[in-house]
Design a protein around this ligand. Structure first.
Ligand SMILES: [Zn+2]
Length: 161
């Protein structure tokens, strides 16, 4: 097994990080019946807890906004309320699933979203450049960075003499 040169991978991940869309903290809600398995951003989560407490006043103390830290996910976490991208790790399975999406669809027109998801994919996959998914992830990362650079170049005014 060949290990990916860490400096090379680190550089790609740093460049992806620089253009990636901001994420919000990932929360979930504890209820008297346990956790419902949905993820929420802080504002939607707080609103949802208030709403649940109002509807079940007798057990209002048993509804809490939990989480707020990075945890493992089998698919990229988004807020159930507003669709915001949330802060979390992808499991190895989740990373393989998400790269499959790129394999089928290619990159999107939103480099900042692709960069965010791809960075977590690269973190979630094994550190092995002979792995097909890893090779594809690095190839797509380069494509995103190149597209992003080209798009920004095109928006720059003609340089004055
Ligand atoms: Zn939200």
């Amino acid at each position: 097994m060949s290990k990916i040169q860490d400096a090379f991978k680190g550089e790609i991940q740093y460049e992806l990080y620089r253009i990636a869309i901001q994420v919000r903290d990932c929360h979930w809600i504890s209820t008297p019946r346990g956790d419902q398995g949905h993820e929420w951003c802080p504002s939607c989560g707080r609103a949802k807890v208030r709403n649940m407490r109002r509807r079940d006043r007798r057990h209002r103390r048993d509804y809490h906004l939990d989480g707020g830290w990075r945890t493992d996910h089998d698919s990229f976490p988004v807020c159930r309320g507003c669709g915001a991208f949330l802060n979390g790790y992808l499991t190895k399975c989740g990373a393989r699933e998400e790269i499959e999406g790129f394999r089928e669809r290619g990159i999107s027109t939103r480099a900042e979203i692709d960069a965010l998801i791809l960075n977590e994919i690269i973190d979630g996959l094994p550190n092995d450049e002979t792995d097909d998914d890893v090779r594809l992830a690095l190839k797509i990362a380069n494509e995103i960075l190149r597209e992003h650079a080209n798009a920004n170049q095109a928006l720059l005014p003609e340089s004055a003499p």
